[in-house]
Design a protein. Structure first.
Length: 61
């Protein structure tokens, strides 16, 4: 039961990440790359996107 719940949570988070990528201002190539990373590595890809994705375009001075 817990593995099914965990898989459902990962699936929902991945769908949310993909929708966010599609709605972002990134280039088409960047969007495709992010979506592939999220699909190929569901958990790790989501974590990488969560850390690097939203802040990807921002420069910290």
């Amino acid at each position: 039961m817990f593995s099914t719940l965990g898989a459902a949570i990962v699936f929902i988070l991945d769908i949310w990440a993909i929708v966010s990528v599609l709605g972002s201002g990134a280039s088409t190539g960047g969007k495709i790359l992010w979506i592939l990373v999220i699909l190929i590595l569901p958990v790790v890809g989501f974590i990488i996107w969560l850390i690097a994705g939203p802040k990807g375009g921002k420069q910290i001075a």
